[in-house]
Design a protein around this ligand. Structure first.
Ligand code: GLY
Length: 354
C-alpha cells in the first residue's frame, strides 16, 4: 500500500532528471523555505526538468509548520494552475517535507510529491515513510495524513552544510533505528566517531543502512497499526522533554530530545523487559559523550508525566511505550507504572549530572 521509492543518490542532477523524465505530469513546482531557497535550491535549479518550475518559498522553522503557511502553498498551487497531475518537489528539512507532503496530499485530493531532504533528520526519518502534517492548536503534527511521496532522493552532499547540532539531532534517530534493528547495525552506529573531523563517506553508508531499517518497518505497517510503533522508541519521553524545553524557553532540537528520551526509555526497557545493563551503559556513555545534557529537576516531573499523556500511541488513557528486550527485539504497547516512569527521569538526571 505504500508505493515509495528511496534513492540514495551520488549524482542528484542525473538521478532527478532521469526519474522526473520518466514520470507523466503537467507541471512541476518546487517548495523551499527561506534557508533552503538560498542554500539548496541553487544545487537543483539548473536541472533541465526543474528549470521552469515555479518556486514556492515559505518561512523556515517548525513554528511555521502551520495552517497559514499551508494555505499559502495551496494558494500558489491554485493560482498557478496546478492540477491533480502536477508534481510538488519538497526541498528541505522535515518541516518542508511534512508541510509539503500534506499540501500535496490535500490539494485537489492529492497530487504527487517528491522529497529531497536536506538535513540528516529529514533524510533518515521525516522525509521517508509518508507521514505528513502541520502543527495545530499548540500541538505538534496534530493535523496530517499518511501520504507517501513518489520518490525520496537522499543526497548526502547536503549534510556537509549542516552544523554539528543538526548532525547530532539526526544521528539520534539513527541510534534509535540501530537499537530496534540488529546487533550489527547497532555496533556500526555506536562505533562511529561523531567528532569534528567526521568521516562523511562512512556517515553516508550509515544513512543508507538507517533508511533501510525505516523502509522495512514502514513497508510492513505503513499506517502505524502495530510494528511501526517501533519507530517511536525513545519518543514518548523524548517528546515530553522536547515540549518541556519549549515551555522553559530553552528549546531542544528534536533529535537532542530523542537522545535524552532514549536514555530514559532504555532504562524502562531494562526494568520491564530485561534489556541488558551493559548495553544500556554503552548507549548512555555514547550519548553523554556527544549530546548536551537537558537540565530539569524533580519539580518538572508532573509536567513531564502530563505531557506523556498526550502521546499519539496512547489508548484508553494509558501511556503506551515501545520498549526493547534486547537490541532488535521490540515490544510495543507496553504499559509502565507512573512510579517507574518517574524513576526513568531520575535515571537520566543521575547519569547526566543534572
Ligand atoms: N518518525 C516515526 C515514523 O515515521 O513512524
Amino acid at each position: 500500500m505504500i508505493d515509495q521509492k528511496v534513492v540514495i543518490s551520488n549524482d542528484l542532477h542525473t538521478d532527478l532528471q532521469t526519474f522526473l523524465s520518466g514520470m507523466k505530469y503537467d507541471k512541476v513546482f518546487i517548495l523551499t523555505d527561506t534557508n533552503t531557497y538560498e542554500k539548496c535550491y541553487p544545487v537543483v535549479k539548473d536541472i533541465p526538468v526543474l528549470k521552469e518550475a515555479p518556486v514556492i518559498t515559505i518561512q523556515a522553522g517548525d513554528t511555521y509548520k502551520n495552517i497559514d503557511q499551508l494555505s499559502a502553498i495551496w494558494l500558489r498551487l491554485s493560482n498557478e494552475g496546478a492540477t491533480r497531475n502536477s508534481l510538488l518537489v519538497n526541498l528541505g528539512g522535515g518541516m518542508i517535507t511534512d508541510i509539503g507532503g500534506f499540501a500535496g496530499a490535500t490539494f485537489k485530493r492529492g497530487l504527487r510529491t517528491v522529497n529531497i531532504p536536506t538535513t540528516l533528520m529529514a533524510s533518515v526519518d521525516a522525509a521517508v515513510g509518508g507521514k505528513t502534517g502541520i502543527n495545530f492548536n499548540g500541538l505538534k503534527n496534530e493535523i496530517g495524513s499518511f501520504y507517501a511521496p513518489a520518490c525520496v532522493f537522499i543526497d548526502c552532499e547536503f549534510l556537509r552544510t549542516l552544523d554539528r547540532d543538526n548532525i547530532l539531532s539526526g544521528y539520534a534517530e539513527m541510534i534509535k533505528h540501530a537499537l530496534i534493528s540488529s546487533m550489527e547495525t547497532y555496533l556500526s552506529v555506536m562505533l562511529f566517531d561523531l567528532d569534528q573531523q567526521m568521516d562523511y563517506s562512512f556517515l553516508n553508508k550509515l544513512v543508507a543502512q538507517s533508511v533501510a531499517v525505516k523502509e522495512r518497518i514502514v513497508a510492513e505497517d505503513p499506517r502505524e497499526q502495530g510494528i511501526r510503533k517501533a519507530l517511536n522508541f525513545g519518543h514518548t519521553i523524548g517528546h515530553a522533554y522536547e515540549s518541556l524545553s519549549f515551555r522553559k524557553n530553552m528549546p531542544l532540537l528534536h533529535g537532542h530530545a530523542v537522545a535524552a528520551g532514549l536514555v530514559s526509555e532504555l532504562y524502562l526497557s531494562h526494568k520491564r523487559c530485561g534489556f541488558p545493563m551493559d548495553q544500556l551503559r554503552q548507549v548512555v556513555q555514547y550519548i553523554k559523550e556527544y549530546y548536551p545534557a537537558f537540565v530539569f529537576d524533580c519539580k518538572d516531573y508532573e509536567d513531564l508525566y502530563e505531557l506523556m499523556t498526550h502521546d499519539k500511541k496512547n489508548e484508553g488513557g494509558i501511556i503506551n511505550f515501545t520498549l526493547l528486550a534486547k537490541v532488535g527485539e521490540v515490544h510495543i504497547n507496553q504499559e509502565v507504572s507512573k512510579e517507574l516512569i518517574l524513576e526513568s527521569l531520575d535515571f537520566y538526571r543521575e547519569n547526566f549530572g543534572v
